[in-house]
Design a protein around this ligand. Structure first.
Ligand SMILES: Nc1nc2c(ncn2[C@@H]2O[C@H](COP(=O)(O)OP(=O)(O)OP(=O)(O)O)[C@@H](O)[C@H]2O)c(=O)[nH]1
Ligand SMILES: [Mg+2]
Length: 245
């Protein structure tokens, strides 16, 4: 049987990165005889991404779903892409080329080895981080990772690059994630078995970061909810009702 994967990429103002991303995914996966599709879930960037994708879609399995009339939301964008996917095996990654498309194959390889989620990790042995990644970004990432690690059996719980299989996830419509970090939400609330896969993390090549103080504030709120959930679990045992809270 041919391997299959749906790649979900949330985007906001990433039109400049999309052609390179799609061509690198194609080069990496078609060479390995993998059946793939790439779904961009765009938060109404109004940057011409639909036209770029329409042109590419003449030759390649890429499409864009535009979220209109809803507040911008990274996690909900990812969940929407997961629900729209044709295949059960899913990879989620950023559009800015900080996640090397050539390593999708490594994530899929580890997903097949007895785990529910293979996480592209910047902090696993053998991983590397681009020298150009600014010191304050490294520091913020380290602090956030340190705060999240007690919740998850994962070296890089804030990674946005991961592979999973929809058949091992809850009903996605049930989830109401808050904030930026959908992998963390899934691995904590559903106690997923996670494997860390070392990656070569690159710096954003074009376009602007969407990080803001609001992002950090939302992340801290998200963490508080997940800690509260974990404490409730310790007191009452696993509780389904918490999961969508
Ligand atoms: N749909 C959607 N995508 C978003 C939103 N915010 C960010 N993204 C996308 O999510 C991915 C990660 O965002 P980035 O801005 O690269 O965030 P980051 O990687 O933490 O920050 P940098 O290191 O500065 O690049 C990118 O593909 C963004 O385009 C959003 O509100 N909605
Ligand atoms: Mg980025």
């Amino acid at each position: 049987m041919r391997d299959e994967v749906s790649i979900v990429v949330p985007t906001f103002r990433e039109a400049a990165n999309v052609p390179t991303l799609v061509h690198r995914v194609d080069a990496a996966l078609s060479r390995k005889n993998i059946d793939w599709e790439l779904i961009l879930v765009d938060d109404d960037s109004n940057d011409g991404v639909e036209t770029i994708v329409a042109e590419m879609a003449r030759h390649l399995p890429v499409r864009v779903e535009t979220r209109r009339g809803a507040p911008r939301d990274l996690s909900l964008s990812v969940l929407l892409g997961m629900r729209l996917a044709r295949f059960d095996r899913l990879v989620v990654m950023d559009a800015d080329l900080s996640h090397p498309p050539e390593q999708i194959i490594d994530l899929l390889g580890d997903l097949d080895v007895d785990c529910d989620m293979a996480v592209g990790s910047r902090y696993a042995s053998g991983a590397s981080v681009d020298q150009g990644w600014a010191w304050h970004r490294r520091l913020i990432s380290k602090i956030g990772t340190g705060l999240a690690r007690p919740l998850a059996n994962c070296g890089d719980p804030l990674s946005g690059f991961f592979a999973t299989d929809r058949r091992r996830l809850p009903d996605l419509a049930e989830l109401r994630p808050l904030g930026y970090k959908i992998a963390l939400e899934l691995m904590v609330r559903w106690r997923l078995r996670v494997r860390d896969v070392p990656i070569r993390f690159g710096d954003r090549s074009r376009g602007e970061s969407k990080m803001s103080w609001r992002t950090h504030r939302d992340f801290l709120r998200h963490l508080c909810r997940l800690y509260a959930h974990r404490i409730r679990e310790m007191v009452r045992g696993p509780c389904r009702d918490d999961r969508a809270a």
